[in-house]
Design a protein around this ligand. Structure first.
Ligand code: SF4
Ligand code: SF4
Length: 238
């Protein structure tokens, strides 16, 4: 479930796995396993709220599973899927990168099966890069360990419905944050014009832009449009 947002914006997806053909197509309301691809969404308790008792959470996080501040009757495993994806795919696309971790901690599917599927669907170099990401996350996943935090944080992630930064805080969506070098800026206003979230404000006195970070979802459009590379997308540390 997702809105009309950029690649990488929060969404929720479900899959059922069985040894027999799965005909059930309704939403999964109480999953046994929650895979969290976005390291910033991972701090939100709602990613585990509806887990079945004794469930498992696999987080894209550079943290040790013991340090994750989520509480309840479930186990936690962590893997730094963003770094793996950046180093193997060259982009922060974490879905295949986290599959290896899933295979390792659940035993529900083998790495060989994932490799076969990737080769079939992505022949050539793209498939090989994704396979490398899967193998690294298989090797580097930590845990699972029992969740230890008893008091759940009150914070809730609004991950089901797409929206706009002018209406709500979307800062937790960012994997990369734009930073403007005003000395390089030639005041062309391209970033202000093209930002899809109207997150860029224009100062008529200085003729320079600035960013309202609570409205910025980190899409990188401003950096792409800037003709003098005055905007750098800097990775956010979770
Ligand atoms: S990254 Fe740039 S273009 Fe995208 S929402 Fe943030 S300020 Fe706007
Ligand atoms: S696009 Fe670049 S040069 Fe143009 S106003 Fe924005 S930061 Fe300045």
């Amino acid at each position: 479930m997702y809105g009309t947002e950029r690649r990488g914006a929060p969404l929720t997806a479900f899959v059922r796995i069985d040894d027999v053909r799965v005909r059930e197509r309704e939403l999964v309301h109480n999953p046994g396993i929650s895979i969290v691809l976005d390291p910033l969404i991972a701090k939100e308790q709602s990613v585990v709220d509806n887990l079945l008792p004794g469930g498992l959470v696999i987080l894209n996080s550079a943290s040790e599973p013991e340090d994750v501040k989520l509480g309840g009757d479930f186990k936690i495993a962590t893997v730094d899927a963003t770094t793996i994806a950046l180093e193997t795919l060259g982009r922060p696309i974490t879905n295949t990168a986290i599959l290896g971790a899933f295979a390792k901690v659940t035993g529900l599917i083998s790495v060989e099966s994932i490799e076969k599927a990737l080769k079939k669907n992505f022949p050539g170099r793209i498939g090989e890069m994704n396979i490398a990401a899967v193998k690294r996350s298989y090797a580097e996943v930590k845990g699972p360990v029992q969740a230890t935090v008893k008091d759940a944080p009150a914070e809730k992630a609004d991950i089901h419905v797409g929206g706009y930064g002018v209406l709500k805080d979307v800062s937790s969506w960012r994997v990369f944050t734009p930073e403007i070098d005003v000395d390089k800026c030639i005041s062309c206003k391209a970033c202000w014009i093209f930002c899809p979230e109207t997150a860029i404000e224009w100062d008529e006195e200085t003729k320079k832009p600035s960013i309202r970070y609570n409205a910025c979802k980190g899409c990188g459009v401003c950096a792409n449009e800037c003709p003098v590379d005055a905007i750098e997308m800097v990775r956010v540390e979770a």
